[in-house]
Structures are given as structure tokens and as C-alpha cells.
Ligand binder design. Structure first.
Ligand code: PGA
Length: 234
């Protein structure tokens, strides 16, 4: 069983989500399917597909115009939320500390956070990939986790770029993350790979040791692109 999570980013409508949810509901799979969608679509219901958000506020409530709290996301029936996505780190200034505060809010409200870590191209070229990944895991995850979390390794330079690291690079990153999680008392935490996953590379990526599933951006928006990823693995 793998976890196949889609990240719709700022795309779609309630109607397009309902259509994809309808198409996915007839797919035979043992994999866990999650669609992380804009807040406005969290009300769309599905028996087979879990719905998640893409971010939550680091605050519980109050004068934070434009923000949405984890309790509001849970109130809509969502079960998951992405936290610390590369685009939130890049455009909204999220740091490991912010990500940890948001993950605490998610956990306190019964959501499963999908906590993203990964290196930029500058960090990769400076030979800092492993250091950034390990500090990302250690600093972005709250200290007292006693319910489910998911970690996603997303090499930031590869997202939306049609680029993917080599299998050896993915294996090294995922082994480091698994070992770090074990050291933190969180062994067994699923670790997803994300960045330019598509039907043609999904099975190979998910055959790499310590890759427990994928986080899919662009290729999760249309059933014709997403279903081959879901059915590429048992
Ligand atoms: P991509 O995005 O699959 O379009 O590269 C991945 C992500 O941002 O989660």
C-alpha cells in the first residue's frame, strides 16, 4: 500500500474536483488517495478519497486577515493538510520554525500534517542537500508527536520543472529522512517523494527503498494523468 497525494495548488473549481473525485471513485486500488485542494473546495465529499488542505495558519484564531486555522479546516471535514510546501516557503516566507508551529496546530486539531522538506538549486549546488533535508526534518516536526504525520521530500528545484533527481539521489534523501525520523522516535512515519511525478515515472520512484508514496502537483489535476499514477503500484 502506497500513499498517493495530489496537490492542486491554486487550480480547479468545486465542479472540477467533483468530476475527478467521481472518476477516482471507480478505480480499484489498495493505495491511500488524498487530494489537497484550495480551502474553497474542502466541502467536496468523497467516500474513497481523503480531502486535505494545502496550508494552515500558525495561529489558533484572531486578527489574521486572510488566514485559515487548522480548526476551520477540520470543521470542513478535511483530514490532512500540507505544511511547509516549497511554494509557501518561497512566497510566504515559511521557515522551519513557522512550519513546526503550523504542524502543531494541525495535530492539535486532529489533522494529519504532510510536512514538506527539500533543498533549493542553490543549496544543491553548494553541496548542502543532506544538511538541509536533515535540519528540515528535525526543525519542522513538533517535538511531542503522538499521532500520525507524513513527511514529503520535495527537491525544490525539481518542482513543476519536469526535472527529477536520479534514483540514487532519491534513495539517499529518503534513507536519511527515515534514519532521522527513527532517531526522533518516529520510525514508521511514511515518507513521500514529490516533484515532477507522472504516470511514466511513478512506479520506478515508488520502488525506491523508503519511498512510501508520492506527492503529485500538476499531474493530479486531471483524472487521465492521475489515475495512471494511482494504478502504477499495488
Ligand atoms: P509537481 O509539483 O508534481 O507539479 O512538480 C509537486 C508539488 O509541488 O507538490
Amino acid at each position: 500500500m502506497k500513499i498517493i497525494a495530489g496537490n492542486w495548488k491554486m487550480n480547479g473549481t468545486c465542479a472540477s474536483l467533483e468530476s475527478v473525485v467521481h472518476d477516482l471513485s471507480s478505480v480499484e486500488t489498495n493505495n491511500r488517495i488524498i487530494l489537497c485542494v484550495p480551502y474553497t473546495m474542502l466541502g467536496v465529499k468523497s467516500d474513497k478519497i481523503a480531502i486535505g488542505a494545502q496550508d494552515v495558519s500558525a495561529h489558533t484564531h484572531g486578527a489574521y486577515t486572510g488566514e485559515v486555522s487548522a480548526s476551520m479546516v477540520a470543521d470542513m471535514g478535511a483530514k490532512y493538510t500540507i505544511i511547509g510546501h516549497s511554494e509557501c516557503r518561497q512566497y510566504h516566507g515559511d521557515t522551519n520554525d513557522t512550519v513546526r508551529a503550523k504542524a502543531e496546530q494541525a495535530l492539535a486539531n486532529g489533522l494529519i500534517p504532510i510536512i514538506c522538506v527539500g533543498e533549493t538549486m542553490d543549496e544543491k549546488q553548494a553541496g548542502k542537500t543532506m544538511e538541509i533535508i536533515e535540519s528540515g526534518v528535525r526543525e519542522s516536526i513538533p517535538s511531542d508527536v503522538n499521532s500520525d504525520i507524513i513527511v514529503a521530500y520535495e527537491p525544490r528545484w525539481a518542482i513543476g520543472a519536469g526535472l527529477t533527481p536520479t534514483s540514487d539521489e532519491i534513495a539517499a534523501a529518503h534513507t536519511l529522512i527515515a534514519n532521522t525520523l527513527t532517531d526522533m522516535g518516529l520510525s514508521g512515519t511514511p515518507v513521500l517523494y514529490g516533484a515532477s511525478v507522472k504516470g511514466s515515472n511513478a512506479a520506478e520512484i515508488m520502488s525506491i527503498p523508503n519511498v512510501d508514496g508520492v506527492l503529485v502537483g500538476g499531474a493530479s489535476l486531471k483524472s487521465d494523468d492521475f489515475i495512471p499514477i494511482i494504478t502504477s503500484v499495488k
